[in-house]
Design a protein around this ligand. Structure first.
Ligand code: 5MM
Length: 336
């Protein structure tokens, strides 16, 4: 077993999953302002330190994705944030892309940037304690999108990123996210997501990336947010498994889903059924941002200094997601 494979397994085995707390300052500001909290450096640190020192970190969270600002911050007691995360047994990680920018000659689409100087930045992040990284390619779905241009250019960037990350002894999370926006059907989401993921693996193989030392972070297969199509969680789970079975090489140890704007309960229920129906060799877990943090944020906005209340809310969500990663979640347990 390679070192990278061991790190990947530590992050996603036994019902553990990943906390995506890598919102850039612009995104974090949106999230905080939505609940009437000022987005200051201190507030961002307060919320994140509160989550990272929660009890549930030990049992349910195998990795935390940080943003550049956070990986350099220290807790009240002077401990570095990566040390705080490691002390609970989780692996600290870092988002290394520098954001999705307009794709030239296909202006409605995006290309993720951040390759220039990446090798040097990776060395610095390793020294700061990171042992895995994340890069997100973003794709829109419509009749003509994602275009071949967006599919190929983002796949190539993801593969170049992953190769550099492994060269620096860290596990790359490869995140191709097809957004939920739009009125597309679940069938369209399935075929376009499969096409994108297949192209990513074609490029990863070309760039000689060790597939046993990566984690794939895809979207679940769902109808678009504006679509009238209503499908059951059972169907979501079957389509999602079908997609991954047909497009992900079996060397990949695991898949950690993004929540993509689903509610906390929807994302948990879908993950639970994916695991109950999982007939693949992949571990299937969560790498949620919003679906782990939404309620905790709301609690913070209501009782600003009640750290325990924020942690209790986060602990419950992390436990529910972990049960779903084992296929052992139910509505009864959720509401107990
Ligand atoms: C946590 O949010 C990440 C996006 O940050 P920026 O857009 O500011 O770069 C995002 O990549 C996240 O890790 C994934 O989309 C998963 O988050 P959700 O909320 O979709 O589960």
């Amino acid at each position: 077993m390679s070192e990278l494979n061991k790190i990947a397994l530590k992050m996603i085995s036994n019902g553990k999953g990943i906390l995506a707390a890598d919102e850039s300052n612009a995104t974090m500001t949106k999230r905080l302002e939505a609940v009437n909290i000022n987005s200051t450096t201190e507030n961002r640190l307060f919320f994140r330190e509160t989550l990272f020192s929660s009890e549930s970190m030990k049992e349910y969270i195998g990795g935390v994705i940080l943003y550049d600002e956070t990986i350099r911050q220290k807790t009240n007691s002077g401990k570095s944030i990566p040390d705080l995360i490691s002390s609970s047994g989780a692996v600290p990680g870092i988002k290394v892309d520098t954001g999705a920018k307009v794709l030239a000659n296909s202006n409605e689409e995006k290309i993720t940037e951040g390759l220039d100087g990446l090798r040097e930045r990776l060395k610095e992040y390793y020294n700061l304690g990171a042992r895995f990284t994340k890069w997100r390619g973003v794709y829109i779905i419509s009749e003509k999108y994602p275009s071949i241009l967006a599919i190929r250019s983002n796949a190539q960037a993801l593969a170049r990123y992953a190769a550099l990350v492994q060269e620096n002894n860290m596990v790359p999370i490869v995140e191709p996210e097809l957004l939920m926006d739009g009125d597309h059907s679940v069938k369209v989401c399935l075929s376009k997501t499969s096409e994108v993921i297949k192209k990513c693996f074609e490029e990863l193989v070309l760039h000689k990336v060790d597939l046993s030392g990566i984690i794939l972070k895809p979207n679940m297969i769902l109808p678009g947010k504006q679509s009238k199509e209503k499908i059951s969680s059972e169907e979501v789970s079957q389509k999602t498994i079908e997609c991954l079975k047909n497009s992900v090489p079996t060397e990949v140890p695991g898949i950690a889903f993004l929540s993509g704007g689903q509610t906390e309960i929807e994302a948990t229920e879908n993950l639970n059924l994916i695991n109950q129906n999982n007939n693949t060799s992949f571990l299937m877990t969560f790498s949620f941002g919003r679906a782990l943090q939404q309620n905790a944020l709301k609690v913070w906005s209501k009782n600003s200094n009640d750290i325990k209340a924020i942690q209790n809310t986060f602990n419950h969500r992390a436990k529910m997601c972990s049960l779903a990663a084992l296929g052992k979640w139910s509505k009864e347990i959720e509401n107990k």
